[in-house]
Ligand binder design. Sequence first.
Ligand SMILES: NC(=O)c1ccc[n+]([C@@H]2O[C@H](COP(=O)([O-])OP(=O)(O)OC[C@H]3O[C@@H](n4cnc5c(N)ncnc54)[C@H](O)[C@@H]3O)[C@@H](O)[C@H]2O)c1
Length: 380
Amino acid sequence: MVSRQKLRLGIVGGGPGSFIGPVHLAAARLDGEFELVCGAFSRDAERSREAGRALGLSPERCYADYRDMLNRESGRSAEGLQCLVVATPNDTHFEISAAALRRGLHVMCDKPATRTLSEAQELAKIIAAERQVYALTYTYSGYPMVREAREVCASGQLGRIRRVQVEYLQGWLTRPIEKDGNKQAGWRTDPARAGSGCLGDIGVHAFHLLEFIAGHRVDRLRADLSTIVAGRAVDDDFAALLRLDNGAPGVIAASQIAAGEGNGLRIRVHGEQGSLDWSHAAADELTLRWLDRPTEILSSGVGGVGLSAASRAISRLPAAHPEGYIEAMANLYREFAAAVRGEPAAATLPTVADGVRGLQFIAAVERSARKSENWVPVAD
Ligand SMILES: NC(=O)c1ccc[n+]([C@@H]2O[C@H](COP(=O)([O-])OP(=O)(O)OC[C@H]3O[C@@H](n4cnc5c(N)ncnc54)[C@H](O)[C@@H]3O)[C@@H](O)[C@H]2O)c1
């Protein structure tokens, strides 16, 4: 049990110009649960100090090597590190998370949990042995209306789930920008650093969202995986037909070459009585369509009309005051903090089991896509 002081947080990644590290730090600060005490923001010492300086850290607590940080910070006992954020490219997630857990630290890692399935399975064993809290930022599961959608499915209002459809369309990799020095595209299209392409970058988000909301596991799938941009070394588009554990069919599709698309994540779940529709473009709304009554559009917010306790509990502002990506991640950080303090972990906080699941999904799509016998000509 950790006392009610701020939890001392460090980060690996999040250097100047990076995407998700600063989002983690903003999210971790939102509820006053964490205090940033150190960081290995970049493998470049000056860039690491630059990032730390901007966050008010003293230079001696900014590191270029996370191992050095773990060694030196663990010597500080009373003011040393308790929790570590892992916000680096995928190939480093396993080694950094494992090293931190073995030092007795709690870990908040970004997805995918690891680069390979075997690493994720090994990580699960380490977590079982070390008994530290390990959570994953499947950020979209922290949105109030995603929690509402999960409640709608669990309540049985839709009746038996008969069909699911999830799509995640981005267009930022339509051109081979990795060849023009775009760093984020560079590591994401390098199999040695990313593992897979679109699959691991956004496909796992779509997959997690589907199982999280529908409350059913995907039992099996048939997939098609493409690399549309010539010369790219990883997939940049995929689609798969699914069967859920209740026999219902589903479709999942994601792309990073869908020109003109931004961050188009959308899920629909159809039951016997009606359906739900949530889209990241209107994240504070959930549309419910019914067979025999008018369509409802639920809006998130404190005191939101007709909402479940689950979504009201994580809303921060009155209805019609939009919350977004940082707040969604902050909701995961709030649950992470509670678990670190020894409170029962929220069932909604993504764990290493969700991480293994994501890597299982990637492996299944890749395995299915290698088999070609499902393709038949439309006309002989
Ligand atoms: N949850 C989400 O919605 C979400 C969104 C974006 C990215 N991600 C994930 O977050 C991770 C990082 O993605 P990004 O877009 O922020 O990448 P990025 O390239 O923008 O940033 C990576 C940062 O890590 C630093 N870094 C790399 N190796 C390091 C090391 N060994 N030690 C210290 N620093 C190191 C780099 O200098 C850089 O500052 C990836 O695993 C990605 O899949 C998740």
